[in-house]
Design a protein around this ligand. Sequence first.
Ligand SMILES: Cc1cc2nc3c(=O)[nH]c(=O)nc-3n(C[C@H](O)[C@H](O)[C@H](O)COP(=O)(O)OP(=O)(O)OC[C@H]3O[C@@H](n4cnc5c(N)ncnc54)[C@H](O)[C@@H]3O)c2cc1C
Length: 395
Amino acid sequence: MQNSNQNHVDVLIIGAGAAGLMCAATAGYQGKRVLVIDHAPKAAAKIRISGGGKCNFTNLDVSPENYICRNPHFVKSALSRYPSTAFVELVDRHGLEYEERELGKLFCLNRASDLIQILRTECDWAGVEFMLNTPVSKVASIDGGYEVQIKDGSIHCNKLVVATGALSFPKLKASGFGYRLAEQFGLNVIPQAPGLVPLVFSGKWQQRFSSLSGLSMDVEVAANGRRFSEAMLFTHNGLSGPGILQASNYWQAGQPIEINLLPKQDVYAELLALKGSGKSLPKWLNQFWPKRFTQMWLELFPMESVLSNQSNESLQSYAEQLTNWQLYPEATAGYDKAEVTLGGVDTDEVSSKTFEAKKQPGLYFIGEVLDVTGQLGGYNFQWAWASGVACGLSL
Ligand SMILES: Cc1cc2nc3c(=O)[nH]c(=O)nc-3n(C[C@H](O)[C@H](O)[C@H](O)COP(=O)(O)OP(=O)(O)OC[C@H]3O[C@@H](n4cnc5c(N)ncnc54)[C@H](O)[C@@H]3O)c2cc1C
């Protein structure tokens, strides 16, 4: 910041992540003087590492049902005003190369940093100023605006936008700053939990899964009544992969997850046919599963190789075991491994049109700091873009 009004901006955004950058460019284009502050040395660290370095930046099919929020209607306005097609138009204008993968997920073709460059370019064009490596020590409401203390003094702004994200991946400078700030101004914050996170097992399951570490299978996973048909991956201490991450958003401690290991088969009918044919069960299972899993399964749930002597009832209960395998995770793998955080600033406290706090004029919350969590598939970034634009237009 280098002019006579050094200490004053129209809009101060704390957090140079996905939502903060999008909001900054949008507000800058409205003619506002915008400053973005971040305590990290580089902007948008999560974009850089997301999607295995390719960033699943949106989805072709976004609807409010893809989000978890205490008020399921809250996301509708911003998502409909800034749909995924709008973000695709933006990246098309910049010539980003991207690809569509399964279930409508859009990924950068080359590097996620290409996307960061687009957002930084938009911010440059919109005249946005940045102060990185700048921790905020204190925020006070003053003179109809806000005073934000940083290491070299303070900055006054008319409008303060909190885009500090959530608790996942603390090694990327994630923090609970936004929650504390909300509480400072008397806003309710919904308790947090890790989301889109691997599930950890103990005892015999941990040993079994560890021995299969690296194996992936196409399954259907359900938790708390929500069902996902995606891959499951065995890890050294439990289960991961897209299906498990999706289910983790809905799983509650003490509850089981239910796994259909043969989601594309009519299992009972096929077991009956197998019984009549005299063919072997392991061979049949090996058509669908890696051999190492078949071996483990048959050790855990023994069944004669040839089913001819089995009653139909016993085949029915075996089919049930195969299609509704109930497992009790010990815990989630925690914030170190979670892609997102459930809970956050209560959306009842914030306008769904402008993202301004209802009780605290001039204070805004956008992105993941809010109690809005997307499913896996580009929905979390789409929320960051949509809430950032809606807020930026209102500043
Ligand atoms: C490993 C991983 C992979 C992911 N992959 C995907 C994916 O492919 N698709 C998808 O849709 N979502 C993905 N996500 C989720 C997605 O990254 C987040 O939902 C999204 O980044 C949230 O945007 P945000 O701007 O709200 O917060 P963030 O992007 O987290 O940005 C918050 C910013 O605030 C800064 N900040 C925090 N505290 C302070 C403070 N006290 N002072 C100053 N600055 C502060 C941080 O340094 C950061 O720059 C992934 C997340 C992780 C961890």
